[in-house]
Design a protein around this ligand. Structure first.
Ligand SMILES: Nc1ncnc2c1ncn2[C@@H]1O[C@H](COP(=O)(O)OP(=O)(O)OP(=O)(O)O)[C@@H](O)[C@H]1O
Ligand SMILES: [Mg+2]
Length: 243
């Protein structure tokens, strides 16, 4: 289980997260939606400490951290429990697909080379890219690069995978294959938070929807509750604008 309590983050005098609390059960898929600039990326980045929250607590598996008082060891533990899939893939350009996936296992998990290679090849197979194991990112389509990003996140066997708009940098022709890979992972009961503008995807895949606006969770519920039965004007306006 993951429990986020009262997460706050301010940049200068811009209070971006004004107390976010959320509980996520093991195996649950949470989609985060909301207007641009509302703090969705900041929220995800705070969860694995790519950004330093001002305050709040996070319980993730057997690790509990208080962000006002976090030690280096706790940051390290947190990083092992979470992994992130970025909008722009963030692959190493000078490494092959296989080396990109292996890197985290070697560095974070200190896994021996042979074992890391075996696990990484299996992950590449799962995202349908075994035949591209020795290709460099520049020789791969956006969709293929993002599938490597997903394989890299999966091999660490994190408690939760955080996706920040995994398809928004892709040409439309590659969106479907990446969404299909994420759906494939979803069916294996991994816990995920996905920030996305793909509403039909969110609706199809998510157990819960979080609507973030003005640094707060304005609405939280099942896709049906948020997309069809919301009484909140902000939520309804946002959804209407997308049609
Ligand atoms: N490193 C930073 N330094 C200062 N301000 C930042 C930084 N990162 C984000 N912000 C500000 O925090 C606010 C929230 O940004 P964030 O990127 O989290 O929004 P978002 O909901 O992900 O938006 P989008 O849908 O466009 O991706 C914005 O006002 C942004 O300008
Ligand atoms: Mg963002």
């Amino acid at each position: 289980m993951i429990k986020i309590e009262s997460l706050h983050k301010t940049y200068g005098d811009n209070e971006v997260l004004k107390g976010i609390s959320l509980e996520i059960k093991a195996g649950e898929i949470v989609a985060v939606i909301g207007p641009s600039g509302t703090g969705k990326s900041t929220f995800l980045r705070c969860l694995n400490y790519l950004e330093r929250p001002d305050s709040g607590t996070l319980l993730i598996g057997d690790v509990r951290v208080d962000f006002e008082n976090i030690s280096k060891d706790e940051v390290y533990s947190l990083r092992k429990k979470t992994s992130m899939v970025f909008q722009n893939y963030n692959l190493f350009k000078n490494k092959t697909a296989l080396e990109n996936v292996m890197e985290a296992l070697r560095v974070v998990k200190k896994m021996p080379k042979d074992e890391a290679e075996k696990v990484s090849l299996e992950a590449l197979k799962q995202v349908g890219l075994l035949d591209k194991a020795n290709s460099y990112p520049s020789r791969l389509s956006g969709g293929q690069q993002q599938r490597i990003g997903i394989a890299r996140a999966m091999v660490l066997k994190p408690e939760i995978i955080l996706f920040d708009e995994p398809t928004s940098a892709l040409d439309p022709e590659w969106v479907g294959e990446v969404l299909d890979v994420i759906k494939g992972i979803a069916s294996r009961h991994l816990t995920m938070i996905i920030v996305t503008h793909e509403m039909s995807f969110a609706r199809e895949i998510a157990d819960k929807i979080v609507f973030l606006d003005g640094g707060k969770i304005i609405q939280y519920g099942t896709p049906e509750e948020v997309f069809e039965k919301s009484n909140n004007d902000r939520v309804n306006q946002f959804i209407k604008k997308l049609h």
